[in-house]
Write a protein that binds this ligand. Structure first.
Ligand code: AMP
Length: 390
């Protein structure tokens, strides 16, 4: 038997209903909020992520699905969306400030488990061009609109990580601190020490927690300009009744972030989505001087945090006469009615059983020209008005 690739998913039945539900809400809310959908390729040159996310980041150093194509080009299956949107912006919209949305599969070589997959779906929004605190506010406010539309319970955690220079100074001191306490760190954190010091702060390993709790805090490294911007955003959020918690350990692992970082966390502590400001990404990629802010949501994590009521189908059409059944199908379609049908003209009893299993209300028997009401257990001569009025 050919097995399924580890960490990938087949989304079907109830999960598929949820997936489509979340996707529809995503497009509804972000279209309403003024974001234009941009679909970028799943394949990009490795260089894009090596430069934007950073060669030492966990994603680039360990998690990319990277390969040489038959022409010898080094390609990756995209691990995230922002870099590609930025690439598009620089190629086609450099002079403008745009609001983008994206939705699709991402690929990361991670240890697969519930809520962590190797192929997963992200939906995200970005504002790119010349942006300010109002742009930061919009990304957060519109994200909340989306999460509320799904009736999700969540808390918002925010932080400022200052300029890239501030983060360098902080990382230097953090490194010295962890180096001094290296023998007390978990093996995983020890491995992050040299190239990925900041990521140690994300560790949930009980061995690391006391060391992390006593580590230097980024808040004392932030320059005045960044603090001012952060204060303005906090005031604006408070004025607009947006509840948030400050979390100075929220540094996020991608090199391109500066100033604002934030995450939406559900009641079980699961991170549903996160994002931040990226003022230097265009500079890092050497493609211009624009800046941006954005958020990405983990769609499977959102699916796993909601329950939805699926409306059962109402009408099932059965019959063994090809000409009759197709005529009835056409009639229902012309009246814009939703209906289900057997995949082929199997025995009438089998078709009827399938209809009952689906819990439909009406079965149209096209051989007998009748409608059977399965809820009231009555049968009448076929009459389209009964279905339309329902
Ligand atoms: P990130 O790009 O790492 O900030 O991820 C943004 C969001 O995508 C996270 O908050 C998660 O909800 C989701 N996510 C990231 N990695 C995975 C994964 N391997 N499996 C499922 N969801 C993920």
């Amino acid at each position: 038997m050919i097995e399924q690739v580890k960490g990938t998913q087949n989304i079907y039945e109830n999960d598929a209903e949820k997936f489509l539900y979340v996707r529809n809400k995503f497009f509804k809310i972000f279209k309403k909020s003024g974001y234009s959908y941009l679909q970028t390729p799943h394949l990009e040159y490795s260089e894009l992520f090596e430069k934007s996310i950073g060669e030492n980041s966990e994603i680039v150093s360990k998690q990319m699905y990277q390969f040489n194509d038959k022409g010898g080009r080094s390609l990756v299956l995209r691990p995230e969306g922002t870099s590609s949107i930025v690439r598009y912006h620089s190629q086609n919209q450099k002079e403008l400030t745009n609001q983008y949305s994206y939705f699709g599969q991402m690929f990361r070589y991670e240890n697969p488990q519930k809520n962590r997959y190797r192929e997963f779906t992200q939906g995200g929004i970005e504002i790119i061009g010349t942006i300010d605190t109002f742009s930061d506010f919009q990304i957060i406010n519109d994200s909340i609109r989306f999460l509320n539309e799904l009736s999700l319970k969540f808390s918002l955690e925010i932080n400022t990580i200052g300029s890239i220079e501030d983060r360098k100074n902080y990382t230097k001191d953090l490194y010295s601190y962890f180096k001094l306490n290296e023998d007390q760190l978990s093996d995983d954190s020890k491995n992050k020490l040299e190239l990925n010091t900041l990521r140690i702060l994300d560790s949930n390993n009980a061995i690391d927690i006391p060391i992390i709790n006593n580590a230097p805090d980024i808040s004392s490294y932030i320059n005045e300009g960044s603090i001012k911007k952060y204060d303005l955003l906090k005031t604006t959020m408070t004025q607009n009744d947006i509840a948030f918690k400050e979390n100075s350990r929220l540094v996020r692992g991608l090199d391109y972030y500066n100033d604002l970082t934030f995450e939406f966390v559900n009641d079980d502590g699961l991170v549903l989505g996160g994002g931040g400001r990226y003022d230097r990404i265009a500079d890092i990629l050497n493609i211009g001087t624009f800046n941006g802010v954005g958020v990405a949501f983990g769609i499977e994590r959102i699916m796993n945090s909601i329950s939805i009521k699926i409306k059962p189908p109402e009408i099932y059409i059965i019959g063994v006469n090809l000409e009759k059944i197709t005529t009835y199908c056409k009639l229902l379609e012309n009246n814009d009615l939703n209906y289900f049908k057997p995949p082929r003209l199997s025995k009438i009893n089998t078709q009827y059983k399938n209809a009952k299993n689906l819990d439909v209300k009406y079965v149209i028997n096209t051989d007998e020209d009748t409608i059977k009401d399965l809820v009231n257990n009555t049968s009448i001569e076929f009459n389209i008005e009964v279905l339309i009025d329902n």
